[in-house]
Design a protein around this ligand. Structure first.
Ligand code: T4K
Length: 391
C-alpha cells in the first residue's frame, strides 16, 4: 500500500485531543492554594523555609536515605555533585544515550566526556567497555539509570574501586526505584534526581542530591548557597541552586500521590505490553526481577525490517493521529556539534548506542492516561505494521 493509503486509513484512528509523551500529576488545587496562603502570610519565599525543611524530611523518609539536599533543578544538582567531589577538569566516563544535561555539566566543569557504549537490554552504560577507556586523567564514572532501569551498579562500583574513581549517578529518571529493599539512589558517591514537570514525581522544576556522608551533605549545602557559611563568611565559590517554597510546597503534595502514580503507570505499561506483544519488529524492556520499577517511560525499539517501517516514519504517522511520542534520546549526545569531534564520539565506538538511538520511540505514559487511549495507540501501531508489511 502507498503511504497516502496508510495516512487515509489512519484518519479513522485520529484521537480528538493531542496525547503527549507525558503529563504531570497535579495535586488538588485547593490543597496547593492553602499552602500558597501560608506562603503569602509568612512572606517567606525561599532560602530554607518551612516547606523546604518539611519536604526535605519527608523525602528523606520516602527514599529511605540519610543525606539529601534539595535543588532548583536536576541540572544544577549534577553540576554541584561534580564540584562537591572536586572533579574539576580531567576525564569522566559516561554514556552518550542521555538527555543533554548529563554531558553539559561535564563541559561546564571543564571535564572531557569520554563516551562509552551502552548495553542493548538496559540502555545503560556497559561496564564491560569501561576499563579500556580509563587513562591517568580519568576521575569518575557518570552513569545514568536511563528510563529508571538500574545500571549494573555492582560492576561499575568494582571497576571504580579498582581504579580509585568516583561514581556519580544521574538518577533523573529513577525516583522511587529500588533494587531489592535498597533505593537505587543509595549507590555510588552521589545520585542526582530531577523533579521536572515531565517526571513522574515533580516539583514543577526541581531536583535533589543524595550523598553518602553527612560531610558531603554539608559541603553540598554550602555549594548550593553561594558557599555562604554564615552572614559574614563565604567558605568557597558556590552557586545558587536552592529550591524555593513554591516548589517545596508542591513537592509535599506530590509525595502523597506518587505511589498511586507508579501503580497507574505499571497497569498501563502492562496494557501496552499485552497489546504490542504479537507485533513483529517491536522490542521493549520487561521488568527486572527484584527491582521496583517506577514506569517513568515506555520506550519501544523499532526494527524496520521486521516491523515494516522505521521509527521516524512510525513517529510521523502517530503524530497524524494526534499522538506525540518522543525519540528520547536521539540524537546521541556524542553527535552534538560541541562533542562530535571527541575521539570517543565516533559512531564506530558506540555501535549499540547508535542502534538504540536510531530505533527508540517513547510512547505516551502517565498515570491518568485512559486505557482506551493506550488501546487506540496500540491499534494504530498494529495497523501501520500490517499495512507496511503487506507491500
Ligand atoms: N538527566 C537526565 C537523564 C534527564 O532526562 C534530565 C531531564 C536531566 C538530567 C535534567 O534535569 P532537569 O534540569 O530538567 O531537572 C524534558 C525535560 O525538560 C527534562 O527535564 C527531561 N530530562 C527530559 C527527558 O524531558 P523536553 O524538552 O523533551 O520537554 P518538553 O517541554 O518537550 O515536554 C515533553 C512533553 O511533556 C510535552 O510534549 C508535553 C508534556 N509537558 C511538558 C511540560 C514542560 C506537560 O504536559 N507539561 C509541562 O509543563 O525535556
Amino acid at each position: 500500500m502507498r503511504d497516502e493509503g496508510i495516512e487515509n486509513l489512519l484518519t479513522r484512528h485520529r484521537l480528538p485531543d493531542p496525547v503527549y509523551v507525558t503529563r504531570p500529576t497535579m495535586p488538588e488545587l485547593s490543597s496547593y492554594h492553602s499552602h500558597l496562603e501560608e506562603i503569602w502570610r509568612s512572606r517567606w519565599l525561599t532560602n530554607d523555609g518551612r516547606f523546604h525543611s518539611e519536604f526535605e524530611d519527608k523525602l528523606r523518609q520516602y527514599l529511605h536515605v540519610e543525606h539529601i539536599n534539595l535543588f532548583v533543578n536536576g541540572t544544577i544538582a549534577l553540576l554541584v555533585a561534580l564540584q562537591a567531589l572536586d572533579i574539576d577538569g580531567g576525564e569522566v566516563l559516561t554514556t552518550p544515550f542521555t538527555f543533554p544535561a548529563t554531558i553539559h555539566v561535564l563541559h561546564w566543569n571543564r571535564i572531557t566526556p569520554v563516551f562509552c557504549d551502552i548495553d542493548a537490554d538496559t540502555f545503560n552504560i556497559d561496564p564491560t567497555g569501561l576499563e579500556r577507556r580509563i587513562t591517568p586523567d580519568t576521575k569518575a564514572v557518570l552513569a545514568v539509570h536511563v528510563y529508571g532501569i538500574p545500571c549494573d551498579v555492582e560492576a561499575i562500583q568494582s571497576i571504580a574501586d579498582r581504579h580509585g574513581l568516583h561514581v556519580i549517578y544521574d538518577a533523573a529518571h529513577a525516583f522511587g526505584v529500588n533494587v531489592g529493599d535498597r533505593s537505587i539512589v543509595k549507590y555510588g558517591d552521589i545520585s542526582a534526581l530531577s523533579f521536572h514537570a515531565t517526571k513522574l514525581f515533580t516539583t514543577i522544576e526541581g531536583g535533589a542530591l543524595v550523598s553518602g556522608t553527612e560531610r558531603e551533605r554539608e559541603r553540598i549545602r554550602f555549594l548550593k548557597n553561594f558557599g555562604i557559611s554564615d552572614e559574614e563568611h563565604v567558605i568557597g565559590p558556590g552557586i545558587n541552586g536552592k529550591m524555593n517554597e513554591f516548589q517545596a510546597a508542591f513537592g509535599l503534595l506530590e509525595l502523597e500521590l506518587v505511589d498511586q502514580e507508579i501503580e497507574n503507570r505499571r497497569r498501563l505499561t502492562q496494557l501496552y505490553r499485552r497489546h504490542l506483544e504479537g507485533i513483529k519488529g517491536l522490542k521493549y524492556p520487561n521488568d527486572v526481577p527484584g527491582v521496583r520499577h517506577n514506569y517513568g517511560f515506555f520506550p519501544v525499539l523499532v526494527e524496520p525490517g521486521a516491523f515494516g517501517t522505521d521509527r521516524s516514519r512510525l513517529s510521523d504517522l502517530l503524530r497524524l493521529c494526534n499522538v506525540f511520542p518522543r525519540k528520547y534520546f536521539f540524537p546521541l549526545c556524542s553527535r552534538y556539534p560541541c562533542y562530535s569531534s571527541l575521539p570517543s564520539a565516533s559512531p564506530g565506538n558506540l555501535p549499540t548506542a547508535t542502534m538504540v538511538a536510531d530505533r527508540v520511540l517513547c510512547l505516551p505514559l502517565y498515570g491518568d492516561l485512559e486505557e482506551s487511549v493506550v488501546k487506540t495507540i496500540c491499534g494504530i501501531i498494529e495497523t501501520i505494521h500490517t499495512e507496511t508489511t503487506k507491500r
